[in-house]
Design a binder for this molecule. Structure first.
Ligand code: GLU
Length: 482
């Protein structure tokens, strides 16, 4: 079946990675079938609309490469469609006008002892077109102060198959006659959502599990209209990394990781934290999808091929920033040096100042194994750009100062062969065995001179790239420090 799936966020705030994952699963299900991924902005609640949120949603999808085929379709521009649909339900007797004020509803709630439901049990005792006569209803409707509610039938078991959770039964007695048209003439989420999914010929509704409780009302609306419902997928929550509960901006901040794809106000996004869109998309796909293989690295196109909607998890998935970094690392190391350079303008400029383009590429290829994010480039390239600012002198303490001096002095004599790392290595080994100094200690001392710590890429490669003069200069510097 060629799917039409829509991502339908409300612009009531920035797009959180939970929303990004919903968008991604919509994209994957649509594209796997050769169908369309559609963006719909559910902006009927103007009071809750946050300025800039729609732009944030679109910027995030663009950065992630989740290209929508249609949209954005904006609900605020489709008011007449909803009014017409509501009128058709009123005509069929499946929706009705209600005039209760907030105070009256409060009173009814109080009188019921806290278990109030606006439904077949209370409908007739409240201010609506059931309890008021035709004449009075007409008068009140004309005065313009009303809402429209949908009828929820008495004692009905509503059965619906959710693609993630299987067959579900809901009892209509648990439901309320939900408002479908508000007093400002705008539809509620429920009405607009169902009307649009039908009108836009949506075949699969893929959304977060927080909408599961609305599902029976939606299914009833489909029945009222006489429309076939689409397939439904309610995706499990993304849980915070520490303990139970939904991942929130606050938890993310506490744990020191982003929660948005791209930045929002002063909150850095994954983009600004140096993630690649490929890495983030890949990690989010693995969150909530249990692919049967051990494979971890997928491009977006590969995900489209391999994703199987039958393997979406039922239970919540814990957000794991370390794993996200790891998955991003798998992408970083697979990128070409040119692409990595394009991710960090600063590093690219610094390398260009010192090295030819060919050498810069060779350097990037040497360090890319060591990158989790593009921000790591600065740290990893430092060894090729300048002498260490600091030294981990504990290394010298462990080796012993005398010994370190001997090693450094020997290295100083070797300028002539520094340009030939293979010979240098042999000489160092020979020096070690002659003087009973372990090769490990020789390498550690030399690495400390060049890098300032015991990390970094292949030592002889570093020497080859920075050249004999700079190597000697760094040996000199450490000698003067210890
Ligand atoms: N507007 C809802 C949201 O913000 C969409 C729910 C749905 O996809 O039906 O999440």
């Amino acid at each position: 079946m060629v799917e039409r799936a829509r991502f339908a966020p409300s612009p009531t705030g920035p797009l959180h990675i939970g929303g990004v994952r919903t968008a991604l699963f919509n994209y994957l299900i649509a594209k796997k079938s050769g169908g369309s991924f559609i963006l719909r902005i559910e902006d009927t609640d103007s009071k809750r609309t946050v300025s800039g949120a729609e732009k944030h949603i679109i910027d995030s999808l663009k950065w992630l490469g989740l290209k929508f085929d249609e949209g954005p379709v904006k609900q605020s521009e489709r008011k007449s469609l909803y009014t017409k649909s509501v009128a058709s339900l009123i005509k069929k007797g499946l929706a009705y006008y209600a005039f209760d004020t907030a105070d009256e509803l409060d009173q009814a709630r109080k009188n019921s002892g806290g278990d109030f439901k606006y439904n077949f049990t209370t409908r007739k005792s409240l201010a609506n077109s059931f309890s008021l006569g035709e004449e009075e209803t007409k008068r009140r409707v004309e005065s313009g102060r009303f809402v429209v509610r949908m009828i929820v039938p008495e004692k009905k078991i509503i059965n619906v198959v959710d693609q993630v959770r299987g067959s579900l039964n809901f009892n209509s007695e648990e439901l309320e006659d939900k408002i479908i048209l508000k007093s400002d003439g705008m539809p509620t989420y429920h009405l607009a959502n169902v009307v649009d999914d039908n009108e836009m010929k949506i075949t699969s509704v893929i959304r977060g599990e927080e909408w599961l409780s609305s599902l029976p009302s939606h299914v009833l609306l489909y029945e009222h209209f006489g429309w076939d419902p689409p397939k439904f997928y309610h995706l499990p929550l993304i849980l915070k990394s520490s303990g139970a509960g939904k991942l929130s901006k606050r938890d993310a901040e506490e744990q020191g990781h982003p929660v948005f794809a791209v930045n929002w106000e002063d909150s850095k996004g994954f983009k600004e934290a140096g993630f690649s869109p490929e890495g983030l998309v890949n990690y989010l796909a693995l969150l909530g999808w249990s692919n049967s293989s051990d494979r971890e690295k997928y491009s977006l196109d590969e995900l489209v091929q391999e994703f199987n909607d039958g393997d979406i998890n039922k239970s919540g998935a814990r957000f794991d920033f370390k794993k996200a970094l790891w998955v991003n690392h798998l992408h970083m190391k697979s990128f070409s040096a040119e692409k990595l350079l394009s991710l960090s303008e600063e590093s690219s400029l610094q390398l260009n100042e010192k090295y030819t383009p060919e050498k810069s590429i060779e350097i990037i290829d040497l360090v890319k194994e060591r990158l989790n994010t593009s921000h790591d480039l600065g740290r990893e390239l430092a060894v090729f750009l300048r002498q260490p600012k600091e030294y981990d002198l504990a290394v010298i303490e462990k080796i012993g100062r005398e010994l370190a001096f001997d090693i450094l002095n020997f290295c100083k004599l070797k300028e002539s062969i520094m340009s030939n790392p293979k010979d240098l290595k042999e000489e160092l080994m020979a020096f070690g065995s002659k003087n009973e100094i372990s090769f490990g200690n020789i390498m550690k001392t030399l690495r400390l001179c060049l890098v300032g710590s015991l990390s970094g890429p292949d030592l002889f490669k570093i020497i080859e790239i920075i050249g004999p003069e700079e190597t000697l200069h760094r040996i000199e510097s450490l000698t003067n420090k210890i």
